[in-house]
Design a protein around this ligand. Structure first.
Ligand SMILES: Nc1ncnc2c1ncn2[C@@H]1O[C@H](COP(=O)(O)OP(=O)(O)O)[C@@H](O)[C@H]1O
Ligand SMILES: [Mg+2]
Length: 256
């Protein structure tokens, strides 16, 4: 589904991501792990079209999509959550999902440019799609609540609903369980499994090793912008290079 080939991103001569290659199979769950500042979020920004790579190629279903803008990637079925959930606090949860869907796919541009008779019909469709996405994420009942009143877990669920509303093939989750307690994390893990059951492919950045071990079919380890290991969770957690580089020699990964 996704092929990242020798991708690189440098900021003023400093390599945030350097020569990273991996593939993501349809229907799979891939975890991207690595210490703070390793380049994980930058990698997601490159895949989602938020940043243009300075080297390498990205292919989606075989199509070369390197350097395409975020809305073009969204239209091709790539959705992502941000490390810090960004909601309009005063707006309702439903309006937040609708706005995200319009912004991400730029359907608002078409609305503005082509005032077609179908406009109202499209607005209704978008609303229905947003409600369905909230229901999928288990937060339908919060649709009319101001987004600023939500719990951490509900915010994460809404962030996932914002992805689902764009009808993605590939969902990128950037530390979706950050700030959640173990019970909340377990419920979010269930929701990620549900994404895959419903035909989405998932790629997630995560620090919670238990979650990585439970969910991932494949783990890609990034250190100083480079891929240092890739494989099944059990194999990667025993990889001496990973234990040394990623954990500074202690055995947190192995000890999950
Ligand atoms: N927009 C940017 N401009 C300059 N440097 C950046 C930018 N975004 C990220 N970086 C740098 O790239 C490196 C990787 O950051 P990031 O991808 O956020 O790491 P991670 O998500 O793994 O913690 C860091 O050194 C960070 O300071
Ligand atoms: Mg990050």
């Amino acid at each position: 589904m996704l092929s990242v080939e020798g991708i690189g991103k440098s900021f003023g001569g400093i390599d945030a991501v350097k020569d990273v290659t991996f593939t993501v199979d349809p229907g799979s769950i891939t975890a991207i792990i690595g210490p703070n500042g390793a380049g994980k979020s930058t990698l997601f920004n490159l895949i989602a079209g938020a940043m243009k790579p300075t080297a390498g190629r990205i292919r989606l279903h075989g199509e070369d999509v390197t350097g395409l803008a975020a809305h073009e990637m969204a239209r091709r079925g790539v959705a992502r959550t941000f490390q810090t959930t960004q909601l309009f606090a005063e707006d309702s949860v439903l309006d937040n999902v609708i706005t995200a869907c319009r912004l991400r796919t730029r359907s608002h541009l078409w609305d503005a440019l082509l005032r077609t008779p179908r406009l109202r019909h499209e607005a209704n469709m978008l609303r229905e799609r947003a409600m369905a996405a909230l229901a999928f994420a288990g937060v339908e009942s919060l649709a009319d609540r101001p987004a600023g009143t939500l719990s951490q877990e509900a915010q994460k669920r809404v962030a996932i609903a914002m992805c689902v509303a764009t009808e993605p093939k590939l969902v990128l989750l950037d530390e979706i369980a950050g700030g959640l307690n173990p019970e909340e994390t377990a419920r979010v893990i269930q929701l990620i499994r549900k994404l895959v059951e419903h035909g989405h492919t998932v790629c997630f950045v995560e620090h919670k090793m238990r979650m990585v071990m439970q969910l991932a079919d494949k783990v890609v380890v990034i250190h100083h912008g480079r891929k240092i290991a890739e494989g099944a969770p059990n194999a990667v957690s025993r990889d001496p290079a990973v234990i040394e580089a990623y954990l500074g020699g202690n055995s947190v990964v192995a000890g999950v």
